[in-house]
Design a protein around this ligand. Sequence first.
Ligand code: NAD
Length: 483
Amino acid sequence: MIRLKNYIDGRLEEPQSGDYLDGYEPATGQVYSQVPDSDNRDVERAVRAAQRAFPGWKDTPASERSKLLLKLSALIERDLEKLASAESRDNGKPIGLARVVDIPRARDNFAFYATAILHEESEAHLMGTSGFNYTLRHPLGVAGCIAPWNLPLYLFSWKIAPALASGNTVVAKPSEVTPMTAFMLSELCIEAGFPPGVLNIVHGLGPKVGEAICSHPEVPVLSFTGGTATGKRIAQVAAPMFKKMSLELGGKNPNILFADCDFDLALKTTLQSSFANQGQICLCGSRILIERSMYERFRDAFVERVRQLRVGPPSREDSKLGALVSQAQFEKVQHYVDLAREEGGRILCGGAPVQLEGEWAGGWYFEPTVIEGLGPQCRVNQEEIFGPVVTLQAFDTVEEALQLANDTTYGLSSTVWTSSLEKAHRVAAALHTGIVWINCWLVRDLRTPFGGVKQSGIGREGGFEVLRFFTEPKNVCVALPKS
Ligand code: NAD
């Protein structure tokens, strides 16, 4: 049994309560780790340590902060295989995915922000001969960073790296469902020689640890990724305290296929955008909208390919889908498939759990599922499922495609497939989402703004946007007296 510890003030320590939560291995459904069940006392210790570290860290030259973050990035690269295997075991995702996406991306997040801060510029606003203004950007202090379970180290580092790079100290909480690689990261921080208190990682439950971070008066800035309901709760707590907030929340992303698209590429990529990470990526396209003249051809080819996707143990190299992350997530997916039937949907393939043998018999496996026949207002087409379930709908015109795509309370990302340049750009401009992919999916350039609109959140991560988020601008006005 692996017992995790908090990372506070440069040391690994037990939670103040002495209590632990069970950590499950999704592939087997068995408990395999003990996760600190921390509370506000641990958060208090972490915030105090981060406060003590702040003056020294903010005054550390950017070049020195950069070196330390690059060192951490290099240690992640060194331990890539070990971290990938831990991520796969903790989350249920196929090892191949953790090896080529999750861990390399965590490595790159640290390297990206370590070097971005070397290229920052300050704005100046000139007033002719009467004077000028320049902008100072100060780090805010102790940043609270809270991450979800679907891309554990990837999204954890996506927050921590820019917060630290821009001179803040951090109190961070990984998801209690997938805390393992955050714990391993704390060991790497010690090895890299991080000054005590610069990064603190407190494990535990959202309502206890997460809420203690969000409501702490000495944590002026919060970066959160997770569900929309949790985001609302955090906003309720933090808004009256005038905290700066970035909320990256849920999605119900449309994947729009026009009949003039590159059919084979669209088909191949739609398999990934539907079922990568068992559909548990906030950017997965769960509503597939198909131009009617191509509907049956695409549907039949898609269903045939989905039937060939192998669901299996995450540690097996040939598993295309691993296990769902938790019993709760497994039950949620089953619930929505049952609801789809009640709402009149036809299950074209999948729709049931997968029962594996032997040590994997207790794991949370579910078939990739394709549903048609549901109207746009059905709950299955409106609510985020966050599992291996997609629906198909037909449309006749560009206007109808846009209406269907935008007819949701969410607005995270969308995908457009067409060979018409004019149509692609017209549709991209009219989509109510923060991210649009044209003839591709999940192609990420870390310099670009990342985030959603409507109930998919507020604020943007990525590039210099997030460095601005983690700093406060101050205008300095200099008047030049007339001689
Ligand atoms: P969640 O909201 O249940 O939990 C996210 C984190 O918040 C966890 O660390 C949890 O412990 C913590 N938390 C829970 N209650 C809290 C509270 N009251 N105060 C503070 N923290 C609290 O989300 P999840 O189930 O871990 O993740 C899945 C969700 O995340 C999906 O909705 C998915 O779309 C979303 N997501 C969004 C993005 C994005 O970039 N927009 C990326 C990945 C995942």
